[in-house]
Design a protein around this ligand. Structure first.
Ligand code: ZN
Ligand code: ZN
Length: 445
């Protein structure tokens, strides 16, 4: 999947179907891994179209958007961050799989048999169930997965709020498949399993009748994202809900779901969204006495502490009242508009970087990735109204101009090149003055 030259584009019909796992074995079976399209990359226009559709439906039905701008920007930021490592490496989920396949496979199932295709569909979804369950029950795995649960809204953008780190543990759960299933078949289903989970993050679809019996649906997954006591550690399924029914973790949606972490993180900073629980584990690890207890801090549930059962006590989960107010940005409308414009420009550079990744030098790629991370951080600082926001934004505008001058960023529209330079120069002047004022008034904050 790193070899982009051999990839085929998907048609619009295939694109729509792939978002719902409605592809046929004969159109998605490949002999080699290099032939497998990067379906997730090709899904971007479908992500955007479905989000716009959700916006329209929500306006028509409820008279309001399906979520909040600050929360959605943070979710898309996490999605962008989680994809950046793939510019440099093949994902560990594939590398480890190929290693096991090449060294330890028992036998090879035929890559072009529909039976292999259906078996892999079940195998990947079964692996996902156990990965996902462990991601909630093992603290160090939760440190990665909590990112996905940190949104207090529930809409299609929430689906994009992905962890950078969770693939470093998820690969373990798919490894057994490498004993018999060719990597090319696995790589297809790994992507479809992920893509299927996009459309279920919505409140605009209520109940899907008989489909609710076997499939993971928006209703089932709303429960999974809830912080009401009845929702905790429920509905881990990816595509099929039958695994939860078999292993006793299923819960149907009943009282109104309040979304997010049981202890909300109250920030829009993308790095904090990714890392805050890892820091919390670090602090708890050193504060907890005894070797066995320290081990338990890492490998038992996030709610565990000495003397409690493995997964903690459910009565310690804060009761929801339905009157919870989600954390919102106190930034002005003007600042939010500025953030959206900068975010849109960053997204265009991000897309451009992925499209040209094969021809860009490693230095340019690395500098572009640094610029993208700095942009996301700066927008998070602006939304959080952090003291250092003006300084970070000045540095970011400066970095843009330097990269631009040295040819590491090219103008999106060549004729607008001069406008871009003026735009970012004004940015430097504006934010520079604000940071100076801030430094003069509160130099130590
Ligand atoms: Zn989860
Ligand atoms: Zn989810």
């Amino acid at each position: 999947m790193k070899n982009s030259e051999a990839q085929q584009d998907v048609s619009v019909s295939q694109g729509v179907r792939m978002m719902f796992y409605m592809m046929k074995p004969n159109e998605t079976s490949f002999q080699t891994l290099e032939e497998v399209p990067d379906y997730v990359k090709q899904a971007t226009p479908f992500f955007i179209s479905l989000m716009l559709l959700e916006l329209v439906v929500s306006w028509i039905r409820k008279g309001k958007p399906p979520g909040r701008l600050d929360d959605a920007l943070t979710s898309i930021s996490a999605g962008v961050l989680s994809r950046l490592p793939s510019l440099f490496f093949r994902s560990i989920e594939l590398t480890s799989y190929i290693y096991i396949w090449e060294n330890y496979r028992l036998f090879s199932l035929p890559w072009n048999s529909p039976w292999t295709w259906y078996l892999t569909f079940l195998g990947v979804d079964f692996g996902y169930y156990w990965f996902h369950r462990m991601a909630h029950e093992v603290n160090i795995m939760w440190a990665g997965h909590q990112t996905h649960h940190s949104s207090e809204d529930y809409n299609l953008s929430t689906a994009l709020r992905q962890s950078v780190f969770q693939i470093y543990t998820s690969w373990i759960f798919y490894s057994p498949l490498a004993l018999v299933i060719p990597p090319s078949v696995y790589a297809v289903h790994l992507q479809f399993n992920l893509l299927y989970q996009f459309w279920i993050h919505t409140e605009v679809i209520n109940n899907l009748g008989p489909l609710e019996l076997i499939l993971n649906t928006p209703s089932h997954h709303r429960v999974h994202h809830g912080r009401n006591r009845y929702c905790i550690d429920k509905n881990y399924g990816g595509v099929l809900i039958i695994w939860d029914k078999i292993f006793g973790t299923f819960e149907a949606e009943n009282e109104k779901v309040v979304y997010g972490l049981t202890h909300p993180i109250n920030t829009f900073e993308p790095i904090k969204v990714q890392l805050h629980h890892l820091f919390s584990i670090w602090a708890t690890f050193w504060a907890t006495p005894g070797c066995f207890n320290k081990f338990s801090v890492i490998f038992k549930g996030p709610g565990w502490s000495p003397g409690k059962p493995r997964l903690g006590l459910s009565e310690e989960i804060p009761e929801v009242t339905g009157k919870e107010v989600p954390f919102s940005s106190s930034a002005s409308q003007l600042l939010k508009t500025y953030s959206v414009v900068q975010f849109a420009l960053m997204l265009a550079f991000y897309e451009d970087t992925f499209a040209d990744s094969a021809v860009l030098s490693h230095v340019t790629l690395l500098l572009r990735v640094c610029f993208i991370i700095l942009t996301l951080t700066s927008i998070g600082f602006l939304l959080d109204q952090r003291q250092k926001a003006a300084i970070v934004e000045t540095i970011r505008c400066l970095m843009f101009l330097i990269l631009y001058r040295f040819g590491h960023l090219k103008p999106l529209v060549p004729s607008l090149s001069f406008t871009f330079e003026i735009f970012f120069s004004i940015g430097i002047a504006f934010w520079g003055v604000r940071s100076m004022k801030q430094l003069v008034s509160s130099p130590w904050k």
